[in-house]
Ligand binder design. Sequence first.
Ligand SMILES: Nc1ncnc2c1ncn2[C@@H]1O[C@H](COP(=O)(O)OP(=O)(O)O)[C@@H](O)[C@H]1O
Ligand SMILES: [Mg+2]
Length: 300
Amino acid sequence: MSTHEHALPDYKEQSPEVAQRFSRIYERPIILDVQNLRKSYGEGENATTIFDHVSLQIHRREFICVVGASGCGKSTLARIVAGLDESTGGQILLDGKAVEQPGPDRGMVFQGYTLFPWLTVKKNVMFGLSIGGENEGIADAEARQWLEMVGLAKYEDAYPHELSGGMKQRVAIARALANKPRILLMDEPFAALDAQTRSQMQNYLLQIWKKVDVTVLFITHDLDEAAFLADRILVMGANPGRIIEFIENPVPRPRETPHFLSREFLALKKRLEEHIHPPSEEAHDNIPMIRMTEVGDDVE
Ligand SMILES: Nc1ncnc2c1ncn2[C@@H]1O[C@H](COP(=O)(O)OP(=O)(O)O)[C@@H](O)[C@H]1O
Ligand SMILES: [Mg+2]
């Protein structure tokens, strides 16, 4: 067999099915339009640019994952979209309206558990509705409905400390969705969970996304997670932060294990690996060779 037959296809090579899937996605209206966004700290000579020239358009109900080296500004980008931080240049339109401050049209789920420990699960989910002036009876009924959606109806009267990490994040998702956001911003929401819970949470999230009219911007440093969840994967680079590439994920839905052994998928994975762990950087990571074994005890 020649090496040519072993070669992976080009990661951009698309089957007609994939091309068709994306053309359907691109027909949907643009919900989030980030235009030439810049973020820097400090002034003049002391200014540090976190990222620059960040532009992206996300379509309604798209699932976007953002990957990139630590420090490239992923969290900063999410915080600016959420209205929790200010940009230094450019603008963001959500449904055509400029984003300037936090609002119920954007829901956030962070890595850390951010539930209010003094409120029950249901009161946590009701929180946004209640401060938004919703009638208590309606807020109560809606909170229950969202808890059912994330499979936690039985726990409505429990307190956050009684729940596992995965359950807390499901409540956080219910709380974010209860405000009926146009976009759900998720910043490494499953990073603190063990591998098995994490995989369950990814499945839950896809099930929820299928049932709810919401667009997702999901930050992760886990390439497999991005490949499992995303329609498109936004790859960011660091120093200064910038968009390197927007990659269309060829893996069909619903996603099952055999898909992750396909040549298309392996080509995508290889491309992502090249961006995130460039070989030139790894060469600097060599640790000094200090021998602490007897000569002859070498392992491979
Ligand atoms: N208040 C601040 N002043 C100066 N630099 C900051 C401030 N907040 C964050 N940064 C820097 O911004 C960069 C991007 O941070 P962040 O958005 O958290 O990156 P990521 O989420 O991709 O790891 C980091 O290098 C961080 O040190
Ligand atoms: Mg971050």
